[in-house]
Design a protein around this ligand. Structure first.
Ligand code: NIG
Ligand code: FE
Length: 401
């Protein structure tokens, strides 16, 4: 089934730039891109269908490479408290924060978790997201981490999206292991992770390396296990303090280190040398009213790939629009719209290890693309939220939204 998509302009996002082709056309064959270029160069051929895109700008489908979009309850009451002056760390220390979402997630059934997550993820899909990473990390025991990861697999079966699952069992200390964080890490390494992996539920491993979560030594123990299971690594690092988690992640060839507000120049150099992607999360930065930005200048200078993501989670980034996060990435972190768009396409694909199939529009890659009714690609980043008119094509099929 060769389909011709005509009457469009294309931002292929190759080399992290718009790499635009004006007056373009694209041919898809099944789920893949078969030909792409200036329409005048289209080779003579026969097509089963010709689709007129009415002058739209086509970009790769957006990739949200860091979300915690499966969870029970929400934390709006805590949001209210924080605005009355209580800090995120204080709330966490008094049994709120991640622990309260763990309680709500443990109480919820798979069906309930699936139903609530689908509502949120449909918002992202309608916003142009065709690939999403989703982390566990609100179960914190075998049965409940398994429940979350099974829900993530069900999301992949339900929505027309590519879904990657990340095991974040090392997100916080569960109540059963109070004051025994080493023992909990051993439990993850010896029991939980190998079993969950064996059940085919895990695509990558993540941890929260922070003074209020796990130490670099504990994270390293987990990385060794992930490596022995051949699982790719990601890390929440340098969000609230500087512990060198991002250097550690780089030493273990992590796909990405995420947050990074407090990273040092040495961390940047280590990530550059390892090709580890910096995933910036402007939603969490904004929602926690952080004041220290990630070191953008140094990241650019050392040539680190910069991805951007929603970090959709109930505590620090209840973000239902990746485009809004893109605008915030540009405004708060001074990324140009072009860099921002690269951050949710080609660089986000690298952050998930999907760079051979996703993230740019090139012959042989999957035909995931958005046809936006806009005058220039910078508009995708310019508008603050709302519903930008678009057509969404996933694996060569237009999906109804
Ligand atoms: O990415 N930093 C740790 N994890 C989440 C927050 C999770 C929560 O507060 O529920 C984050 O910001
Ligand atoms: Fe996160």
């Amino acid at each position: 089934m060769k389909k011709l998509w005509k009457n469009c302009h294309i931002a292929t996002m190759q080399d992290g730039q718009y790499s635009s082709i004006e007056d373009a056309g694209m041919v898809t064959l099944g789920q893949h891109i078969h030909w792409i270029g200036a329409f005048k160069d289209l080779p003579a051929d026969v097509y089963s269908e010709t689709i007129d895109l009415n002058g739209a700008w086509v970009t790769p489908g957006l990739i949200d490479c860091h979300t915690h979009s499966v969870f029970g309850g929400n934390r709006s009451v805590e949001f209210e408290k924080r605005l009355q002056g209580v800090s995120y760390a204080e709330i966490a220390a008094s049994g709120g924060g991640i622990a309260s979402t763990v309680r709500a997630t443990r109480e919820a059934s798979e069906e309930q978790l699936l139903a609530s997550a689908l509502k949120r993820i449909r918002c992202l899909l309608k916003d142009g997201v065709t690939t999403i990473e989703i982390k566990s990390g609100y179960g914190l025991d075998y049965a409940n981490e398994r429940k979350m990861l099974r829900v993530i697999r069900q999301i992949a079966d339900t929505l027309p999206m590519t879904v990657r699952s990340t095991c974040l069992a090392a997100h916080a200390l569960p109540p059963e292991y109070k004051d025994q964080s080493d023992a909990y890490i051993e439990h993850i390494c010896n029991e939980m992770l190998p079993k969950l992996h064996q059940e085919g539920l895990v695509d990558a491993v993540d941890a929260f390396c922070e003074y209020l979560a796990f130490s670099p030594a504990q994270v390293e123990r987990l990385f060794k296990t992930a490596q022995s299971l051949n699982l790719p690594i990601k890390l929440h690092a340098e969000q609230l303090s500087s512990l060198g988690g991002s250097s550690l992640a780089a030493r273990y060839q992590a796909l990405s280190a995420d947050h990074l507000e407090f990273m040092t120049e040495d961390d940047v150099k280590a990530m550059a040398a390892a090709g580890t992607v910096a995933v910036l999360l402007p939603g969490a930065f904004y929602f926690l009213r952080e004041t220290q930005s990630p070191p953008l200048e140094s990241l650019h200078q050392h040539g680190v790939r910069i991805a951007l993501s929603s970090d959709l989670n109930p505590g620090t980034s209840p973000a239902l629009s990746l485009r809004l996060m893109m605008n915030m990435g540009s405004t708060l972190f001074r990324l140009t719209p072009e860099q921002t768009l690269a951050g949710v396409t080609t660089h986000a694909a690298h952050a998930l290890g999907l760079q051979d199939t996703h993230g740019t529009l090139e012959v042989g890659k999957v035909a995931d693309f958005i046809a936006w009714e806009i005058e220039h690609p910078s508009e995708i980043v310019y508008w603050l939220g709302g519903d930008l008119p678009k057509r969404i094509i996933q694996h060569g099929q237009e999906i109804s939204i």
